[in-house]
Design a protein around this ligand. Structure first.
Ligand SMILES: Cc1ncc(COP(=O)(O)O)c(C=O)c1O
Length: 453
């Protein structure tokens, strides 16, 4: 099969996700990966600066994960969790519960992150109906946050442009401000803690506005991805936890990106010192060697379903697939054996310091993130923090930056779902050598981008 054949077939038959199609557009075809490097069908190599899509934590080409999948497929390729169980799903549920904080001991498997978010909202509604608070069904989430594409998860997502084609969505989603300190309103620009309190208090306000008897859950990422890596200000989650307890609203920590070492712990709520009622996760659980997701619920939420007859009427054929569960267990073994979380904690300051060397470029407005998860916000005017208009974003991000970075040998993402950012999330095995290579490429391309303005 030649490259030309594959490209033509892709253009004729493959429907890309969130992808443009049309004359002159052929997707890059990625054929191989090893460590932090990927190769395309012409043999050209790239640094995988985004771990695929915040997924490939342990790096590409791990034979033992391929072998774990093959071994399980030979033994038992498939059996559902619909009133039955499999050894790998049981072992993985126990292992995840062991890593999860507090009394989050019950694991409901899905095939991905959006399904985990969808499951969490359904559980929140169902739980409150069972405990005599049937009006509690609404959810609060943050502006510009991405929580997935099922129509419930999409109603939690705070990106109007992604929702508009599919309206009306599941009713009941309400938005509060996110924690973008770079764009904090007056009088909070110089006081991160006060800004955090302000943002958290908007959640209490939304609950009050909607009526506490109608609100079931708050969905928050530990570090919000869309918009470009907004870490929580100090004290933010402490206040959010208080608010959720006051109003009996569930706190859902959407860790589809942040779990499994991205910030430096198995679950990022531990990095920021809060215990949610539910964690949603996916991506890094298998490092992408097979798909799986999970909703992890507290004992309190499971209790009404533990009476021998009440059923959570929800499920997915492939949820907790035995092969994916086997791969997840082997993946978590790698985390333990290689000390990947400690590696991230130890090397995160070096990643930050390396990226911060870009600050002298006029186009670089803000560099923010945590662990191995960073966003670089690009601005038209550094002094005023003026951002780009739609036409400039189109020309700069899509027209120049995305292809130029890739051409220069770095796979990462230029994202304009909020203000324009370059997003970075290298595999957790990366070190200074990879940070330097990423920096060199970004420096060259961002410098050029600045000149094109
Ligand atoms: C925070 C968050 N939640 C949910 C999702 C949806 O996950 P999936 O694409 O696996 O459905 C994503 C995907 O990137 C995400 O970042």
């Amino acid at each position: 099969m030649t490259t030309v054949d594959l490209g033509a077939k892709a253009n004729r038959h493959l429907w890309g996700h969130f992808a443009r199609h049309g004359p002159g557009i052929t997707p890059p075809i990625i054929t191989r990966g090893q460590g932090v490097t990927i190769w395309d069908d012409t043999g050209k190599s790239y640094i995988d600066g985004l771990s695929g899509l915040f997924v490939v934590q342990v790096g590409h080409g791990r034979q033992e994960l391929a072998e774990a999948a093959a071994k399980q497929a030979e033994q038992l390729a498939f059996f559902p969790l619909w009133s039955y169980a499999t050894p790998t799903a049981i072992e993985l549920a126990e292992r995840i519960a062991h890593y999860a904080p507090g009394d989050l001991n019950r694991v409901f498997f899905t095939t991905g992150g959006g399904e985990a978010v969808e499951s969490a909202w359904k559980l929140a509604k169902n739980y409150f109906k069972l405990v005599g608070k049937p009006g509690k069904h609404k959810v609060v989430s943050r502006a510009v946050a991405y929580h997935g594409t099922p129509q419930g998860a999409l109603a939690i997502t705070g990106l109007p442009v992604f929702k508009e084609p599919f309206e009306p969505l599941t009713p009941g989603g309400f938005r509060v401000p996110n924690t973008n300190f770079y764009r904090a309103p007056a009088p909070y620009q110089d006081d991160e803690k006060a800004f955090g309190q302000y943002c958290a208090d908007r959640i209490a306000e939304a609950i009050e506005f909607e009526g506490p008897d109608t609100v079931a859950a708050v969905f928050l990422e530990p570090v919000q991805n869309a918009g470009g890596c907004f870490p929580p200000p100090p004290g933010y989650f402490e206040r959010v936890r208080e608010i959720c307890d006051t109003y009996d609203v569930l706190l859902v920590s959407d860790e589809v990106i942040c779990a499994f070492g991205r910030i430096g712990s198995m679950f990022a709520c531990d990095d920021f010192g809060y215990v949610p009622d539910i964690i949603t996760c996916a991506k890094g659980l298998t490092s992408g060697y097979s798909p799986i997701g999970a909703m992890i619920a507290s004992d309190r939420l499971f209790e009404p379903f533990d009476d021998g007859k009440t059923v959570f009427g929800h499920g997915y054929t492939f949820g907790g697939h035995p092969v994916s569960a086997a791969v997840a267990l082997a993946n978590l073994d790698i985390f333990e054996r290689e000390g990947l979380n400690d590696h991230v904690k130890r090397n995160a300051p070096a990643l930050r310091a390396t990226l911060e060397k870009l600050y002298d470029l006029p186009i670089v407005g803000d560099i923010r993130g945590a662990g191995f998860f960073y966003g670089i916000e690009l601005v038209k005017d550094k002094a005023t923090r003026e951002t780009f208009n739609d036409e400039e974003c189109e020309r700069l991000l899509r027209g120049f930056l995305t292809p130029a970075v890739f051409e220069a040998g770095l796979y990462c993402r230029a994202d304009d779902r909020g203000d324009p950012v370059v997003q970075l999330a290298p595999p957790l095995i990366s070190g200074q050598k990879e940070f330097d290579a990423i920096y060199e490429i970004l420096r060259g391309v961002l410098d050029q981008a600045g000149r094109l303005l």
